[in-house]
Design a protein around this ligand. Structure first.
Ligand SMILES: N[C@@H](CCC[C@H](N)C(=O)O)C(=O)O
Length: 294
């Protein structure tokens, strides 16, 4: 039988996260374990952030990100904040350098408890997102849902924050759209060979917007940090906002996104611990820690 690994159920502004402590182990969290944990209402999550020993000198940990369908993701901003809070509680340290499949990222917990993650640089080239074919003007991407002569959603901005995002700009309330219906169609559209995270965004001020996201591999979420970053840089790029915005997420609350002059995108927001337990990284069998146990 596999040795049980500690985990913490956490959330980043309503983005359901499991932080799995795989440090000092040779095994990995399997897609089957992820699917089993996601299927249980008590441990349902959007992403598992699996913390491993470092693979590269100069980094603190290697982080693998699994969606609730068992697929791997390149980025998870809200989950990274949860990892920082969990490691801060464990080590007392406030600054960390992580490696993911998408590269190296730095993160820091501030004295007020908020956590900033440098999400790296955005990419807008069609190969980087990736799209299935070249579009010289991404506004011309033939992607829409609804009647052909009166599409409900159309002409998205597309961006990569390490992971693929499409942002549909709307003028109405973001809750007026059937994202549960359109999300899966758009996520799996042939234009996205690696699928995509789908966001509806409404700019409410030069420094504010509200978004809803259908996450690749996870579905409707309370928040998606990399989508907030992708929406913020896409809004600034198309002159809808400036480079510093507050992004309101579906579960309520705000992420602050700063697109710095050095092209890095820094996301700042909270993380919240819910409960702890142990799990089998091969099967997903789990048990909750007894509250107050020594
Ligand atoms: N919730 C995350 C993003 C999750 C990854 C996504 N589902 C993917 O497959 O790209 C965030 O906070 O960034």
């Amino acid at each position: 039988m596999t040795k049980m690994a500690p985990f913490a159920k956490m959330n980043g502004l309503g983005n359901d996260i499991i932080v799995a402590d795989m440090r000092g182990r040779a095994d990995t969290v399997t897609p089957a374990a992820a699917i089993a944990l996601a299927a249980d209402p008590a441990t349902h999550f959007d992403q598992i952030m699996a913390i491993y020993d470092p693979r590269t000198n100069g980094t603190d940990n290697y982080i693998a990100i699994l969606n609730s369908d068992g697929s791997m993701a390149q980025a998870c901003g809200n989950g990274t904040r949860c990892v920082v809070q969990a490691l801060n509680a464990d080590t007392g340290r406030a600054r960390f350098t992580f490696e993911t499949i998408a590269g190296i990222l730095n993160a820091e917990q501030h004295a007020d408890g908020l956590i900033s993650v440098d999400m790296g640089t955005p990419h807008f080239e069609w190969e980087a997102i990736p799209l299935a074919e070249e579009f010289r003007d991404t506004r011309m991407i033939e992607l829409q849902v609804g009647p052909i002569d009166a599409p409900v959603l159309h002409s998205p901005s597309v961006a990569s924050m390490g992971n693929p995002h499409a942002i549909f700009w709307v003028d109405k309330d973001v809750w007026a759209y059937e994202l549960d219906k359109f999300g899966p169609l758009l996520e799996n559209h042939p234009i996205f060979p690696e699928r995509a995270n789908i966001t509806i965004a409404r700019v409410t001020a030069p420094d504010a917007m509200i978004i809803r996201t259908w996450e690749r591999g996870a579905g409707l979420t309370g928040a998606c940090g990399s989508a907030a970053c992708a929406a913020a840089v896409s809004a600034a790029r198309t002159r809808r906002t400036g480079r510093s915005v507050a992004v309101t997420v579906p579960a309520g609350g705000e992420l602050h996104i700063e697109w710095r002059d050095d092209d890095h995108v820094v996301m700042t927001g909270p993380a919240e611990w819910e409960f702890s337990g142990t799990f089998d990284p091969t099967t997903g069998a789990w048990q909750r820690d007894l509250e107050g146990a020594a």
